[in-house]
Design a protein around this ligand. Sequence first.
Ligand code: XIL
Length: 298
Amino acid sequence: ASTLGASAAEKGRYFGAAVGTYKFSDSTYMSVLNREFNSVVAENEMKWDATEPQRGVFNYSGGDRIVSHARAGGMSVRGHTLLWHAQQPGWAQGLSGGDLRNAAINHVTQVATHFRGQIHSWDVVNEAFADGGSGGRRDSNLQRTGNDWIEAAFRAARAADPGAKLCYNDYNTDGINPKSTGIYNMVRDFKARGVPIDCVGFQSHLGTSIPGDYQANLQRFADLGVDVQITELDVTQGSNQANIYATVTRACLAVSRCNGVTVWGVRDCDSWRGSENPLLFDCAGNRKPAYTAVLDAL
Ligand code: XIL
């Protein structure tokens, strides 16, 4: 097929982009989005600071706009993210212990209930593992409520929206390394104990190289009985950009439990990585060599 979304669909996958509603009035942006992608994720609008700016006061306006645009265009929606150490509202940053735990689980329940039936996959928990060699959890206010906070979040999300796939999502997990192995061990434990987890998201914010065991790492998670998804792909512009994009695309297609790929923005000028030009379209909306490499790989 001649677009990313249609080509991915022929392989039983989706190809998505992170979006922001503040770009919805940009006609170049919207024409690329609507032509090429069959999945979206909110770059910021479904995060805790956006959806619960005051305790118990919820604002779904941005998320709802994204969901309704997706529905109108036949796109699926990834939900990002229910709990994360970053982009918490100020009131939550000031909580701890049982009070924070209750607020966090209530947040999961309320948001997942609001969007019930409309989300393909939720990033229930984002970035809870530490970088480096420990393989352990990242310190955060949520982690300090007790090591069981992640499983509590997954159970609450399942109860609120039984139809959504529930994912754990993280970065620097692009190969077999201590961090990805720590996550692997958690997923294996969750599966053994019946904690409801369905998928693992690999953000894949990449530089100028990609680990040789990228596909093998996806496969070892799939072999635990969970789906895998590439959730926030972007790649530093350089001589290798197109090759890295193609390698990631081929890796997903080679793993039967890889559901799809999401890139973290539409055009280079929409990227959180500023001057790195890490996406598939230039600022005018033209297809880059990396785009052609992905389309050829699909
Ligand atoms: C980023 C957004 O792209 C920015 O607009 C925002 O200012 C900060 O967050 N990992 C994630 C994403 O899971 O939510 C982050 O998104 C990028 C890193």
